[in-house]
Ligand binder design. Structure first.
Ligand code: SAM
Length: 257
């Protein structure tokens, strides 16, 4: 039986959603559902995104809301103009609210964690990590190759009142990881996918016992590089790993020792 296609009003559409109409107030999108599973996934995301942020300062929450507005407009663009061989240097390409909250929970659960983020972009995931680091008394070191993205992220983190919890580094992640003296308790891997395995090989010797690694985009866009990363991380000695259906699919791994 063919299901009817309902029409819904949503905000922050999922990246795979289609047929948007941006309303005049620029905050509400009309989105025609293509399947019930995507509707379920989306209503779930909405619920999580709208959760109260009890532990978050008002200034942090305000910057997060601004990021969500920008994300909403970015995701409303047709896919061709986001990916059609053109530069993506202006795009957030952010992990999204579900993965952000997971990162925040993990970071805030660790005691004085040293956190490494590979792929700052405009600082969305950095904000979730930094807020967790604040609660746990830790610090985020975040690496981005593009100066303008890192500068924007730094400004947002300052506006969020989290500047004491983040060190921004501009440069190539592979070279920068090698130069870092500290060991890490949490790593977010979210840069170009062909660098996932080379980066893993570089930061693996710098993991503390019990360290957690979160790698984004394993299911969407997924592909060979994501699969190779999953194989590589699961083969590392002392590593447990599982793919979780959060956001675009995250591989969450724990280094025992
Ligand atoms: C998917 S985006 C990161 C999104 C970000 N984590 C968030 O959730 O807001 C990937 C970023 O990795 C950066 N990047 C790609 N290759 C890199 C490299 N070799 N070294 C440092 N950054 C790199 C890109 O410039 C881009 O900003």
């Amino acid at each position: 039986m063919k299901l009817p296609l309902p029409k819904f009003l949503v905000i922050n559409p999922p990246s795979h959603a289609r047929n948007f109409e941006l309303r005049e107030d620029q905050t509400t999108l009309s989105y025609r559902c293509e399947s019930w599973p995507s509707l379920c996934a989306w209503t779930h995301t909405q619920r999580v995104a709208k959760q109260k942020r009890e532990s978050m300062d008002d200034s942090t929450s305000a910057v997060l809301d601004a990021y969500h507005e920008r994300m909403q407009l970015e995701r409303a663009q047709p896919r061709t103009s986001r990916q059609g061989g053109k530069s993506t240097d202006h795009l957030m390409l952010a992990v999204g609210p579900d993965t952000g909250r997971v990162l925040n929970i993990i970071a805030g659960s660790l005691d004085k964690p040293n956190i490494l983020e590979l792929g700052t972009s405009f600082g969305y995931s950095t904000l979730w990590l930094a807020d967790g680091a604040r609660r746990g008394g830790g610090k985020v070191t975040t690496i981005e190759q593009l100066e303008h993205k890192s500068a924007y992220a730094k400004e947002c983190i300052r506006a969020a009142g989290l500047e004491d919890y983040v060190d921004f580094m501009v440069g190539d992640a592979l070279d920068t990881i090698d130069a870092l003296p500290q060991k890490f308790d949490l790593v977010l891997v979210d840069l170009w996918k062909d660098l996932y395995v080379p980066c893993l090989d570089r930061f693996y010797p710098k993991l503390n016992a019990g360290a957690i690694i979160v790698a984004d985009n394993i299911v969407r866009p997924g592909g060979d590089n994501a699969r190779l990363y999953q194989e590589a991380v699961r083969q590392k000695p002392g590593m447990q790993s599982i793919l979780l259906p959060v956001g675009t699919g995250i591989e969450v791994s724990r280094f025992e020792c």
